[in-house]
Design a protein around this ligand. Structure first.
Ligand code: BGC
Length: 447
Protein backbone atom coordinates (compact mmCIF):
# COMPACT_ATOMS: atom_id res chain seq x y z
CA UNK A 1 0.00 0.00 0.00
CA UNK A 2 1.44 3.42 -0.89
CA UNK A 3 1.99 5.90 1.88
CA UNK A 4 -0.66 8.55 2.63
CA UNK A 5 0.07 11.87 4.37
CA UNK A 6 0.50 11.62 8.13
CA UNK A 7 -2.62 13.69 8.79
CA UNK A 8 -4.85 11.74 6.38
CA UNK A 9 -8.10 10.79 8.17
CA UNK A 10 -8.88 7.06 8.39
CA UNK A 11 -12.48 6.42 9.32
CA UNK A 12 -15.66 4.44 9.04
CA UNK A 13 -19.14 5.82 8.36
CA UNK A 14 -22.58 4.83 9.65
CA UNK A 15 -26.04 6.38 9.73
CA UNK A 16 -28.57 6.71 12.53
CA UNK A 17 -31.59 4.89 11.13
CA UNK A 18 -29.46 2.04 9.82
CA UNK A 19 -27.88 1.18 13.19
CA UNK A 20 -29.57 2.80 16.18
CA UNK A 21 -32.94 1.07 16.64
CA UNK A 22 -34.70 2.38 19.79
CA UNK A 23 -37.16 4.21 17.58
CA UNK A 24 -39.50 5.22 20.37
CA UNK A 25 -37.10 5.88 23.21
CA UNK A 26 -36.16 9.09 25.00
CA UNK A 27 -38.72 11.15 23.15
CA UNK A 28 -37.68 10.33 19.57
CA UNK A 29 -40.35 11.28 17.04
CA UNK A 30 -41.33 9.31 13.97
CA UNK A 31 -39.31 9.53 10.76
CA UNK A 32 -40.41 8.91 7.20
CA UNK A 33 -38.44 5.66 7.28
CA UNK A 34 -40.47 4.34 10.25
CA UNK A 35 -43.61 4.96 8.25
CA UNK A 36 -42.27 3.70 4.94
CA UNK A 37 -41.06 0.39 6.41
CA UNK A 38 -44.59 -0.40 7.60
CA UNK A 39 -46.02 -0.20 4.07
CA UNK A 40 -46.54 -3.72 2.76
CA UNK A 41 -43.85 -4.59 0.22
CA UNK A 42 -41.80 -1.44 0.82
CA UNK A 43 -38.76 -3.28 2.18
CA UNK A 44 -37.53 -6.80 1.53
CA UNK A 45 -39.28 -9.24 3.90
CA UNK A 46 -40.93 -6.26 5.61
CA UNK A 47 -37.75 -5.49 7.55
CA UNK A 48 -37.71 -2.27 9.59
CA UNK A 49 -35.13 -0.25 11.48
CA UNK A 50 -37.00 -0.68 14.78
CA UNK A 51 -34.06 -2.51 16.35
CA UNK A 52 -31.40 -2.41 13.61
CA UNK A 53 -27.97 -3.06 15.19
CA UNK A 54 -29.26 -1.80 18.55
CA UNK A 55 -26.48 0.76 18.57
CA UNK A 56 -28.52 3.13 20.73
CA UNK A 57 -28.00 0.69 23.59
CA UNK A 58 -24.70 -0.84 22.53
CA UNK A 59 -22.86 2.32 21.51
CA UNK A 60 -20.14 1.82 24.09
CA UNK A 61 -19.28 -1.60 22.70
CA UNK A 62 -19.29 -0.10 19.20
CA UNK A 63 -17.09 2.81 20.25
CA UNK A 64 -14.73 0.21 21.72
CA UNK A 65 -14.54 -1.53 18.35
CA UNK A 66 -13.67 1.78 16.72
CA UNK A 67 -10.92 2.37 19.24
CA UNK A 68 -9.59 -1.12 18.45
CA UNK A 69 -9.50 -0.20 14.77
CA UNK A 70 -7.34 2.80 15.62
CA UNK A 71 -9.62 5.12 13.65
CA UNK A 72 -8.77 8.78 13.53
CA UNK A 73 -12.32 9.83 12.57
CA UNK A 74 -15.88 8.48 12.75
CA UNK A 75 -18.69 9.71 10.51
CA UNK A 76 -22.12 9.07 12.01
CA UNK A 77 -25.45 10.76 11.50
CA UNK A 78 -27.60 12.58 14.00
CA UNK A 79 -31.27 11.56 13.90
CA UNK A 80 -33.31 14.72 13.38
CA UNK A 81 -36.40 13.06 15.00
CA UNK A 82 -34.41 12.50 18.21
CA UNK A 83 -33.40 16.17 18.36
CA UNK A 84 -36.70 17.71 17.21
CA UNK A 85 -39.43 15.05 17.37
CA UNK A 86 -41.82 17.17 15.30
CA UNK A 87 -39.21 18.56 12.94
CA UNK A 88 -39.64 21.99 14.47
CA UNK A 89 -39.80 23.65 17.85
CA UNK A 90 -37.70 23.15 20.92
CA UNK A 91 -34.93 20.62 21.26
CA UNK A 92 -35.45 17.26 22.91
CA UNK A 93 -32.57 17.31 25.38
CA UNK A 94 -32.60 13.52 25.89
CA UNK A 95 -32.06 12.98 22.17
CA UNK A 96 -29.11 15.33 22.10
CA UNK A 97 -27.65 13.68 25.21
CA UNK A 98 -27.06 10.49 23.23
CA UNK A 99 -24.81 12.24 20.71
CA UNK A 100 -23.15 14.21 23.48
CA UNK A 101 -22.11 11.01 25.26
CA UNK A 102 -20.96 9.45 22.01
CA UNK A 103 -18.92 12.54 21.14
CA UNK A 104 -17.10 12.50 24.47
CA UNK A 105 -16.38 8.77 24.24
CA UNK A 106 -14.95 9.15 20.74
CA UNK A 107 -12.77 12.08 21.73
CA UNK A 108 -11.49 10.14 24.73
CA UNK A 109 -10.25 7.48 22.27
CA UNK A 110 -8.61 10.04 19.99
CA UNK A 111 -11.33 9.69 17.33
CA UNK A 112 -12.66 12.87 15.71
CA UNK A 113 -16.46 12.78 15.47
CA UNK A 114 -17.80 13.83 12.05
CA UNK A 115 -21.58 14.15 12.22
CA UNK A 116 -23.92 14.24 9.25
CA UNK A 117 -27.12 16.09 10.02
CA UNK A 118 -29.36 14.42 7.48
CA UNK A 119 -29.00 10.80 6.44
CA UNK A 120 -32.57 10.44 5.16
CA UNK A 121 -34.60 10.20 8.40
CA UNK A 122 -36.89 13.21 7.92
CA UNK A 123 -39.33 13.81 10.80
CA UNK A 124 -42.69 12.45 9.64
CA UNK A 125 -44.64 15.60 10.65
CA UNK A 126 -42.67 17.59 8.06
CA UNK A 127 -43.74 15.09 5.41
CA UNK A 128 -47.37 15.16 6.55
CA UNK A 129 -47.66 18.94 6.78
CA UNK A 130 -45.88 20.22 3.73
CA UNK A 131 -44.73 17.27 1.62
CA UNK A 132 -41.25 17.02 3.11
CA UNK A 133 -38.55 18.18 0.70
CA UNK A 134 -41.20 19.17 -1.85
CA UNK A 135 -41.80 22.14 0.45
CA UNK A 136 -39.44 25.11 0.56
CA UNK A 137 -40.15 25.53 4.26
CA UNK A 138 -38.36 22.24 5.02
CA UNK A 139 -35.06 23.96 4.12
CA UNK A 140 -35.54 26.49 6.92
CA UNK A 141 -36.68 23.78 9.33
CA UNK A 142 -33.44 21.92 8.55
CA UNK A 143 -31.36 25.01 9.29
CA UNK A 144 -33.11 25.47 12.66
CA UNK A 145 -32.33 21.85 13.56
CA UNK A 146 -28.69 22.29 12.45
CA UNK A 147 -28.36 25.25 14.78
CA UNK A 148 -29.73 23.29 17.74
CA UNK A 149 -27.31 20.41 17.13
CA UNK A 150 -24.30 22.69 16.71
CA UNK A 151 -25.14 24.76 19.78
CA UNK A 152 -24.83 21.58 21.79
CA UNK A 153 -21.85 19.93 20.11
CA UNK A 154 -19.78 22.36 18.05
CA UNK A 155 -17.54 23.18 21.01
CA UNK A 156 -16.07 19.69 20.55
CA UNK A 157 -16.76 18.89 16.89
CA UNK A 158 -14.85 20.73 14.18
CA UNK A 159 -16.28 19.37 10.89
CA UNK A 160 -20.00 19.06 10.14
CA UNK A 161 -21.66 17.48 7.11
CA UNK A 162 -25.08 18.83 6.21
CA UNK A 163 -26.73 16.35 3.80
CA UNK A 164 -25.95 12.81 2.76
CA UNK A 165 -26.57 12.06 -0.92
CA UNK A 166 -29.44 14.41 -1.82
CA UNK A 167 -29.50 12.67 -5.23
CA UNK A 168 -30.70 9.44 -3.61
CA UNK A 169 -33.36 11.26 -1.63
CA UNK A 170 -34.64 12.93 -4.81
CA UNK A 171 -34.39 9.91 -7.12
CA UNK A 172 -35.30 6.99 -4.84
CA UNK A 173 -37.44 8.80 -2.26
CA UNK A 174 -39.48 11.20 -4.41
CA UNK A 175 -38.83 10.13 -8.03
CA UNK A 176 -39.17 6.35 -8.01
CA UNK A 177 -40.75 5.68 -4.62
CA UNK A 178 -38.37 2.89 -3.61
CA UNK A 179 -37.14 4.77 -0.53
CA UNK A 180 -39.05 6.83 2.03
CA UNK A 181 -41.28 8.73 1.68
CA UNK A 182 -42.22 6.49 -1.26
CA UNK A 183 -43.35 9.15 -3.76
CA UNK A 184 -43.07 8.16 -7.43
CA UNK A 185 -43.21 11.60 -9.04
CA UNK A 186 -40.49 11.07 -11.65
CA UNK A 187 -39.43 14.55 -12.78
CA UNK A 188 -41.94 16.04 -10.37
CA UNK A 189 -39.26 15.25 -7.78
CA UNK A 190 -36.94 17.96 -9.12
CA UNK A 191 -37.95 20.59 -6.52
CA UNK A 192 -36.63 18.28 -3.80
CA UNK A 193 -33.15 18.77 -5.26
CA UNK A 194 -33.39 22.52 -4.89
CA UNK A 195 -35.00 22.47 -1.47
CA UNK A 196 -32.37 20.10 -0.13
CA UNK A 197 -29.59 22.26 -1.58
CA UNK A 198 -31.19 25.35 -0.09
CA UNK A 199 -31.44 23.48 3.22
CA UNK A 200 -27.73 22.73 2.93
CA UNK A 201 -26.90 26.40 2.35
CA UNK A 202 -29.09 27.70 5.17
CA UNK A 203 -27.82 24.98 7.52
CA UNK A 204 -24.19 25.76 6.63
CA UNK A 205 -24.72 29.38 7.72
CA UNK A 206 -26.59 28.31 10.86
CA UNK A 207 -23.84 25.85 11.77
CA UNK A 208 -21.17 28.50 11.47
CA UNK A 209 -23.10 31.00 13.54
CA UNK A 210 -23.50 28.32 16.23
CA UNK A 211 -19.74 27.74 16.35
CA UNK A 212 -19.01 25.03 13.75
CA UNK A 213 -15.56 25.70 12.31
CA UNK A 214 -15.83 23.55 9.18
CA UNK A 215 -18.79 22.61 6.99
CA UNK A 216 -19.14 20.10 4.15
CA UNK A 217 -21.79 18.34 2.08
CA UNK A 218 -21.69 14.71 0.96
CA UNK A 219 -22.77 13.77 -2.54
CA UNK A 220 -22.51 10.39 -4.14
CA UNK A 221 -20.83 10.37 -7.50
CA UNK A 222 -20.86 7.83 -10.26
CA UNK A 223 -19.03 8.09 -13.59
CA UNK A 224 -21.68 7.96 -16.34
CA UNK A 225 -20.41 5.71 -19.12
CA UNK A 226 -22.19 5.50 -22.49
CA UNK A 227 -23.08 1.92 -23.44
CA UNK A 228 -21.70 2.46 -26.98
CA UNK A 229 -20.17 5.37 -28.88
CA UNK A 230 -23.45 5.95 -30.69
CA UNK A 231 -24.15 9.70 -30.20
CA UNK A 232 -27.58 8.88 -28.73
CA UNK A 233 -25.96 6.79 -25.98
CA UNK A 234 -23.32 9.46 -25.41
CA UNK A 235 -26.10 12.03 -24.97
CA UNK A 236 -27.93 9.66 -22.60
CA UNK A 237 -24.80 9.33 -20.47
CA UNK A 238 -24.40 13.11 -20.42
CA UNK A 239 -28.01 13.53 -19.30
CA UNK A 240 -27.48 11.02 -16.52
CA UNK A 241 -24.25 12.73 -15.49
CA UNK A 242 -26.18 15.98 -15.14
CA UNK A 243 -28.93 14.42 -13.04
CA UNK A 244 -26.75 12.30 -10.77
CA UNK A 245 -23.54 14.30 -10.45
CA UNK A 246 -23.77 17.88 -11.65
CA UNK A 247 -27.27 18.73 -10.35
CA UNK A 248 -25.93 18.43 -6.81
CA UNK A 249 -22.34 19.63 -7.28
CA UNK A 250 -22.64 22.59 -9.68
CA UNK A 251 -24.97 24.73 -7.50
CA UNK A 252 -22.75 24.14 -4.45
CA UNK A 253 -19.39 24.63 -6.17
CA UNK A 254 -20.23 26.98 -9.05
CA UNK A 255 -23.38 28.73 -7.85
CA UNK A 256 -25.38 27.71 -10.93
CA UNK A 257 -27.50 24.81 -12.16
CA UNK A 258 -26.30 22.69 -15.06
CA UNK A 259 -28.40 22.60 -18.25
CA UNK A 260 -31.55 20.73 -17.15
CA UNK A 261 -33.41 21.22 -20.42
CA UNK A 262 -33.46 17.43 -21.02
CA UNK A 263 -35.59 17.28 -17.87
CA UNK A 264 -37.96 20.11 -18.71
CA UNK A 265 -36.36 22.81 -16.54
CA UNK A 266 -35.42 26.28 -17.76
CA UNK A 267 -31.96 27.87 -17.76
CA UNK A 268 -32.18 28.96 -14.11
CA UNK A 269 -32.78 25.41 -12.86
CA UNK A 270 -35.94 24.04 -11.23
CA UNK A 271 -38.92 26.46 -11.25
CA UNK A 272 -38.81 26.88 -7.47
CA UNK A 273 -35.44 28.68 -7.44
CA UNK A 274 -35.85 32.16 -5.89
CA UNK A 275 -33.56 35.17 -6.10
CA UNK A 276 -30.59 34.81 -3.81
CA UNK A 277 -30.94 31.04 -3.31
CA UNK A 278 -27.86 30.15 -5.33
CA UNK A 279 -25.71 32.57 -3.34
CA UNK A 280 -26.82 30.81 -0.15
CA UNK A 281 -26.19 27.38 -1.66
CA UNK A 282 -22.73 28.22 -2.99
CA UNK A 283 -21.19 29.78 0.13
CA UNK A 284 -17.64 28.36 0.28
CA UNK A 285 -17.17 25.03 2.06
CA UNK A 286 -14.23 23.64 3.97
CA UNK A 287 -14.48 20.12 2.56
CA UNK A 288 -16.48 18.20 -0.03
CA UNK A 289 -17.61 14.65 0.75
CA UNK A 290 -17.61 12.07 -2.04
CA UNK A 291 -19.39 8.73 -1.69
CA UNK A 292 -18.49 6.21 -4.38
CA UNK A 293 -19.74 2.71 -5.05
CA UNK A 294 -19.65 2.02 -8.82
CA UNK A 295 -19.96 3.63 -12.27
CA UNK A 296 -23.25 3.65 -14.21
CA UNK A 297 -23.55 2.58 -17.88
CA UNK A 298 -26.30 4.09 -19.98
CA UNK A 299 -28.07 3.74 -23.29
CA UNK A 300 -30.59 6.08 -24.88
CA UNK A 301 -34.30 5.78 -24.21
CA UNK A 302 -35.79 8.46 -26.45
CA UNK A 303 -39.21 9.88 -25.73
CA UNK A 304 -39.25 8.90 -22.05
CA UNK A 305 -39.27 11.45 -19.21
CA UNK A 306 -35.95 9.96 -18.13
CA UNK A 307 -34.15 9.60 -21.47
CA UNK A 308 -31.77 6.81 -20.47
CA UNK A 309 -31.69 3.18 -19.43
CA UNK A 310 -29.14 1.59 -17.15
CA UNK A 311 -27.14 -1.21 -18.73
CA UNK A 312 -25.11 -3.90 -17.00
CA UNK A 313 -21.35 -3.45 -16.81
CA UNK A 314 -19.76 -6.79 -17.73
CA UNK A 315 -16.30 -8.11 -17.09
CA UNK A 316 -15.72 -7.13 -13.48
CA UNK A 317 -16.22 -8.91 -10.17
CA UNK A 318 -19.53 -7.99 -8.55
CA UNK A 319 -20.61 -7.40 -4.95
CA UNK A 320 -23.53 -9.21 -3.27
CA UNK A 321 -25.71 -6.35 -4.52
CA UNK A 322 -24.50 -7.16 -8.05
CA UNK A 323 -22.61 -3.86 -8.28
CA UNK A 324 -19.44 -4.07 -10.41
CA UNK A 325 -16.16 -3.60 -8.56
CA UNK A 326 -14.29 -0.85 -10.44
CA UNK A 327 -11.75 1.04 -8.31
CA UNK A 328 -10.62 3.11 -11.30
CA UNK A 329 -14.11 4.64 -11.29
CA UNK A 330 -13.23 6.34 -8.01
CA UNK A 331 -10.05 7.82 -9.48
CA UNK A 332 -12.17 8.97 -12.43
CA UNK A 333 -14.72 10.64 -10.14
CA UNK A 334 -12.00 12.52 -8.30
CA UNK A 335 -9.97 13.66 -11.31
CA UNK A 336 -13.19 14.69 -13.10
CA UNK A 337 -14.19 16.78 -10.08
CA UNK A 338 -10.80 18.50 -10.14
CA UNK A 339 -10.97 19.15 -13.90
CA UNK A 340 -14.55 20.39 -13.67
CA UNK A 341 -14.40 22.59 -10.58
CA UNK A 342 -10.70 23.51 -10.31
CA UNK A 343 -10.01 25.95 -7.50
CA UNK A 344 -13.69 25.97 -6.49
CA UNK A 345 -13.36 22.40 -5.22
CA UNK A 346 -12.40 22.36 -1.53
CA UNK A 347 -10.34 19.51 -0.09
CA UNK A 348 -12.16 16.22 -0.67
CA UNK A 349 -12.98 13.46 1.79
CA UNK A 350 -14.16 10.04 0.65
CA UNK A 351 -17.06 9.89 3.10
CA UNK A 352 -18.31 6.44 1.99
CA UNK A 353 -16.92 3.52 0.05
CA UNK A 354 -17.47 -0.17 0.62
CA UNK A 355 -19.24 -3.29 -0.57
CA UNK A 356 -21.81 -5.84 0.52
CA UNK A 357 -20.99 -9.55 0.68
CA UNK A 358 -22.72 -12.73 1.81
CA UNK A 359 -20.70 -12.91 5.00
CA UNK A 360 -21.27 -15.77 7.38
CA UNK A 361 -19.66 -16.68 10.65
CA UNK A 362 -17.85 -19.97 10.07
CA UNK A 363 -17.81 -22.77 12.68
CA UNK A 364 -14.47 -21.55 14.02
CA UNK A 365 -16.08 -18.18 14.78
CA UNK A 366 -14.35 -16.16 12.06
CA UNK A 367 -15.70 -14.27 9.04
CA UNK A 368 -13.25 -14.47 6.18
CA UNK A 369 -14.40 -11.67 3.87
CA UNK A 370 -11.55 -11.65 1.36
CA UNK A 371 -13.67 -10.05 -1.41
CA UNK A 372 -14.23 -7.02 0.85
CA UNK A 373 -10.51 -6.75 1.57
CA UNK A 374 -9.82 -6.82 -2.19
CA UNK A 375 -12.52 -4.19 -2.76
CA UNK A 376 -11.17 -1.85 -0.10
CA UNK A 377 -7.53 -2.36 -1.03
CA UNK A 378 -8.28 -1.52 -4.67
CA UNK A 379 -10.30 1.57 -3.81
CA UNK A 380 -7.80 2.96 -1.31
CA UNK A 381 -5.12 2.62 -3.99
CA UNK A 382 -7.47 4.37 -6.41
CA UNK A 383 -7.71 7.29 -3.98
CA UNK A 384 -3.93 7.44 -3.87
CA UNK A 385 -3.81 7.46 -7.69
CA UNK A 386 -6.11 10.50 -7.68
CA UNK A 387 -3.89 12.23 -5.11
CA UNK A 388 -0.86 11.54 -7.30
CA UNK A 389 -2.82 13.15 -10.15
CA UNK A 390 -3.18 16.27 -8.01
CA UNK A 391 -6.54 15.87 -6.25
CA UNK A 392 -6.44 17.12 -2.65
CA UNK A 393 -7.99 14.20 -0.71
CA UNK A 394 -7.83 14.40 3.07
CA UNK A 395 -9.59 11.30 4.30
CA UNK A 396 -11.26 7.96 3.59
CA UNK A 397 -14.25 6.48 5.44
CA UNK A 398 -15.29 2.88 4.90
CA UNK A 399 -18.98 2.13 4.57
CA UNK A 400 -19.51 0.71 7.13
CA UNK A 401 -18.52 -0.21 10.69
CA UNK A 402 -21.01 -3.03 11.13
CA UNK A 403 -23.76 -4.84 9.26
CA UNK A 404 -26.94 -2.77 9.37
CA UNK A 405 -30.38 -2.03 7.97
CA UNK A 406 -29.70 -1.58 4.25
CA UNK A 407 -32.81 0.50 3.43
CA UNK A 408 -35.22 -1.28 1.08
CA UNK A 409 -33.00 -4.39 1.17
CA UNK A 410 -33.58 -4.72 4.90
CA UNK A 411 -30.94 -6.88 6.59
CA UNK A 412 -30.04 -8.72 3.39
CA UNK A 413 -26.94 -6.77 2.36
CA UNK A 414 -24.01 -6.90 4.76
CA UNK A 415 -21.57 -4.00 4.33
CA UNK A 416 -19.81 -4.09 7.73
CA UNK A 417 -16.25 -4.64 8.90
CA UNK A 418 -18.05 -6.23 11.86
CA UNK A 419 -20.60 -9.01 11.41
CA UNK A 420 -23.84 -8.56 13.34
CA UNK A 421 -26.05 -11.51 14.20
CA UNK A 422 -29.38 -9.70 14.19
CA UNK A 423 -31.05 -12.35 16.39
CA UNK A 424 -28.56 -11.94 19.24
CA UNK A 425 -26.86 -8.63 18.33
CA UNK A 426 -23.55 -10.40 18.72
CA UNK A 427 -20.72 -8.53 16.98
CA UNK A 428 -17.94 -10.49 15.26
CA UNK A 429 -15.12 -8.53 13.64
CA UNK A 430 -14.49 -9.84 10.12
CA UNK A 431 -11.08 -10.41 8.50
CA UNK A 432 -11.46 -6.97 6.88
CA UNK A 433 -11.59 -5.43 10.37
CA UNK A 434 -8.12 -6.74 11.21
CA UNK A 435 -6.89 -5.79 7.74
CA UNK A 436 -8.09 -2.17 8.14
CA UNK A 437 -6.71 -1.96 11.68
CA UNK A 438 -3.29 -3.07 10.41
CA UNK A 439 -3.45 -0.69 7.45
CA UNK A 440 -4.19 2.26 9.71
CA UNK A 441 -1.44 1.26 12.13
CA UNK A 442 1.07 0.97 9.29
CA UNK A 443 0.05 4.34 7.85
CA UNK A 444 0.27 6.06 11.21
CA UNK A 445 3.63 4.58 12.14
CA UNK A 446 6.19 7.29 11.71
CA UNK A 447 8.77 6.32 9.11
C1 BGC B 1 -25.83 5.39 1.57
C2 BGC B 1 -25.83 4.37 2.68
C3 BGC B 1 -26.08 2.98 2.09
C4 BGC B 1 -24.97 2.67 1.11
C5 BGC B 1 -25.06 1.29 0.47
C6 BGC B 1 -25.11 4.96 0.33
O1 BGC B 1 -25.81 5.40 -0.76
O2 BGC B 1 -25.37 6.63 2.04
O3 BGC B 1 -26.79 4.71 3.62
O4 BGC B 1 -26.19 2.00 3.06
O5 BGC B 1 -25.01 3.62 0.08
O6 BGC B 1 -26.20 1.17 -0.30
Amino acid sequence: MPRFPADFAWGVATSAYQIEGAVDEDGRGESVWDTFCRKPGATRDGHTGDVAADHYHRWQEDAGLMAELGLTAYRFSIAWPRVQPDGKGPANAAGLDFYDRLTDALLASGITPVPTLYHWDLPQPLQDDGGGWLARDTAQRFADYAEIAAERLADRIPLWITLNEPFVVMAFGYGLGVHAPGEALLLGALPTAHHQLLGHGLAAAALRSAGARQVAITNNHSPAWPATDDPADVAAAQAYDILHNRLFADPVLLGSYPDLSAFGAGPGGPDCVADGDLAVISAPLDAYGVNYYAPTRLSALPGEPLPFRMEPIEGYPVTAFGWPVIPAGLTEVLTTMKDRYGGRLPPVCITENGCSADDEVSPDGTVDDQPRIRYLDGHIRAVHDAMTAGVDVRGYFIWTLMDNFEWSEGYHQRFGLVHVDFATQRRTPKASFAWYRDLIAAQRRTA
